[in-house]
Structure formats: structure tokens, C-alpha cells
Design a protein around this ligand. Structure first.
Ligand code: SF4
Length: 360
């Protein structure tokens, strides 16, 4: 499999985390990289002066380690939770809204996260009586610099003792070496965001290709982890389904169907604030969009429903029992695609958990 080595040319370290074990581990992997240690008050200035896609900022987490997925209002959301391990991603997918929200290019890692686990802070957020799906790939790619941080080893070894938690690493990367050194656990899911080859090659061109991602998923599944697949965002360009059908066929050729714990589908959507810039990003985005109730622009509902029905049908051709969910979709769309919907997000979450906590 192709190796993916993260290029870091500058290390910025907040003095507050200078002595944290994870900071030390990262420094040991980057012995010859220019390193700047700064005081908390100088963070903004230091970052402005040294910002760049090969700059890595090590700092402490501000705020809660586990938060609810930002998701949306008025539409169905599955109450996914986010473990905040860092910010930013250098894959620069053209549709990615991170670039619009995070006004910096540098990657950042909160190197005090492992301490949150030791200090039982994580336990304050998760009660033994409940089930949780927690992911680390919302504000960054979960594994984009795991070849340097090896943070996945801390997380897997911590959460393997919490079967009531499904921990998901969501990635486009090929950085699976650390995970391959560990004993898999049935509550640890490694997920890839995928798309049609056309979109992967044009819109996601800085990230590993679709075939490379599926090769990595195949190796991870063979090693014993369950995987998940995210078609998000699906882009409804002309004859889109011919290409997505090929992607689905490639997935089931690469990964045994019983190893795919869930598949999510979400069509392209973007916030009102991004409209003026978003459609100029690629001719593939040019289409008819409607401003939905949650103030996000979406494709017209009938087109979304058609796309979801096509995808569900094709996926079920490969595995009639495949668990599939729609991300941030309306109750009407759920009803028209699956024949049911949910009275609230809690009902969605409980239905979801019933389907995926198969290891309990
Ligand atoms: S449906 Fe999607 S956006 Fe909503 S909580 Fe779940 S993962 Fe997050």
C-alpha cells in the first residue's frame, strides 16, 4: 500500500503543553524541525507569523473534550459526539467548510487530550448506563498526522475498556500503521470518507485516491477492525450515479460486507454565508440549490430522494442487511426513502445504536 508521510517543517509549541507526553512523542518524531515555544498570550501572533500547511501547532484544548456534533436543527440528527483532538486538515477538499471557518492553514493537535483520559474527565461525559458514538474526525481528519502523533494508540487503548462507546476514526488518509500495531477492538471503527472517482480526482485531489483509501480499509478490516463508509458530500453532477455505482462495487470488492458496520450518505449542502464563494469553487457544484429550513443550501428534495434511493438500492444489492443512515436529512426525505422517520433526534439515536452496537 502507498505510504503517506506527513510533511511538517515547523513546530509551534504552547509552553502550557511543553512537558506533556504527547508533545514529547511528537518532538521525538520531528528532531530536526524548526521549533518555536511560545507563551499562551503570544499564540495569535506566533501563529500569524508562522502559519502554513506544513506548520504543526501543539497546544492545549480550550473547552470540553467531548461535544455534540454541530449537525443541524429542524432536520434529523443522530446525536453523534465529537472528541476534540485538533483542528484543520491539509487535504483541502474543495467543498470542505473547515477552510472557511478556520482562518489558518496550520494543523493543530491538543496534546493534553491523553491527560483528559487519565484524569477521568472523559468518564464525566459518558455514563456507563448509556451508549455513545464518538468520533474524532469533525474539526480535523482523525488520522491525517497519526504517523507522527500515534494518538490513535492512546485512544484505542483507552476506549477498548468502554464497550458502551463506539469510537470512530473518520479519515481520507492512509495512516493506519499505528492502528495495525494494536489489537483491534469491536468498539473501534475506522471509517473512510469516499466519493466517486471523478470527485476524488478533481475535488479531493490533495487526498489519497479512492482506490488507495479502499486498499487501506481492506487492510484494516483484514487486521480485525470493523470499518464504516461515508458518502459525504455526494455531488449530483450529470450521470453521477454511474460513477457512484462503481464506487459501491469497489467497496464490496475490497471489504467483506460483514466488516462494514455502517454507511452514511449526505448530499452536498452548504451554509448561506458560503453561497457567494462556494459555487465558484468548481463547475461540478453548479446546480439548482434551495435554501432549506436549517439555513443550509441543498439540492431540490426530489433529486436528493432519487439519489438516496439509487444508493440504498445499489448498496442493498451487495448486502441486503447493510445499515445505512442519512446525515442531516429531513423527516420527509427519510419517510420517502426508507418509509419511516423519527419523532426526535433521541429516537433516531436509539434506533441507530440498536443497529450498530452489535458487539454488546
Ligand atoms: S446526522 Fe450527521 S450531522 Fe447530524 S449528528 Fe449525525 S453525524 Fe452529525
Amino acid at each position: 500500500m502507498t505510504k503517506q508521510n506527513t510533511i511538517i517543517t515547523k513546530l509551534l509549541i504552547n509552553e502550557k503543553v511543553l512537558h506533556s507526553p504527547l508533545t514529547k512523542r511528537i518532538q521525538s518524531k520531528l528532531p530536526s524541525v524548526e521549533t518555536i515555544v511560545f507563551q499562551e498570550n503570544d499564540m495569535k501572533k506566533t501563529l500569524q507569523t508562522n502559519d502554513g500547511p506544513t506548520t504543526l501547532l501543539l497546544t492545549n484544548l480550550k473547552g470540553q473534550p467531548i461535544i455534540m456534533c454541530p449537525g443541524t436543527t429542524k432536520y434529523h440528527c443522530c446525536n453523534y459526539r465529537i472528541l476534540n483532538i485538533g483542528h484543520n486538515c491539509t487535504f483541502n477538499c474543495t467543498y470542505c467548510i473547515l477552510q472557511d471557518y478556520l482562518k489558518t492553514k496550520s494543523l493543530s493537535v491538543f496534546t493534553d487530550i491523553p491527560e483528559y483520559m487519565q484524569k477521568n474527565i472523559i468518564e464525566k461525559n459518558i455514563s456507563a448506563e448509556s451508549l455513545y458514538r464518538i468520533g474524532t474526525g469533525e474539526f480535523t481528519d482523525s488520522l491525517i498526522i497519526d504517523d507522527i502523533t500515534e494518538l490513535s494508540s492512546d485512544l484505542v487503548n483507552f476506549f477498548r475498556d468502554y464497550p458502551n462507546v463506539l469510537l470512530e476514526f473518520k479519515t481520507k488518509s492512509l495512516n493506519i500503521d499505528t492502528l495495525l500495531k494494536l489489537k483491534p477492538a469491536s468498539n473501534i471503527i475506522v471509517a473512510w470518507s469516499v466519493n466517486s472517482s471523478l470527485i476524488s480526482n478533481i475535488i479531493e485531489s490533495d487526498s489519497p485516491s479512492l482506490d488507495e483509501r479502499l486498499e487501506a480499509a481492506k487492510i484494516i478490516a483484514k487486521h480485525g477492525y470493523d470499518v464504516a463508509i461515508h458518502f459525504d458530500p455526494m455531488i449530483l453532477y450529470e450521470n453521477y450515479f454511474d460513477d457512484y455505482q462503481v464506487t459501491i462495487q469497489k467497496i464490496y470488492k475490497a471489504i467483506p460486507k460483514e466488516k462494514i458496520r455502517w454507511i452514511s450518505i449526505g448530499t452536498l449542502r452548504f451554509t448561506k454565508g458560503l453561497k457567494s464563494t462556494f459555487l465558484k469553487k468548481s463547475p461540478l457544484f453548479i446546480d439548482e440549490f434551495i435554501l432549506a429550513d436549517d439555513q443550509k443550501f441543498r439540492y431540490l428534495r426530489f433529486r436528493r430522494e432519487k439519489a438516496y434511493k439509487e444508493m440504498v438500492k445499489e448498496i442493498r444489492n451487495h448486502n441486503p442487511n447493510q445499515f445505512i443512515y442519512l446525515c442531516m436529512e429531513s423527516a420527509t426525505v427519510w419517510k420517502n426513502v426508507f418509509g419511516f422517520n423519527f419523532k426526535d433526534n433521541e429516537e433516531f439515536e436509539n434506533w441507530f445504536n440498536e443497529k450498530v452496537f452489535t458487539h454488546l
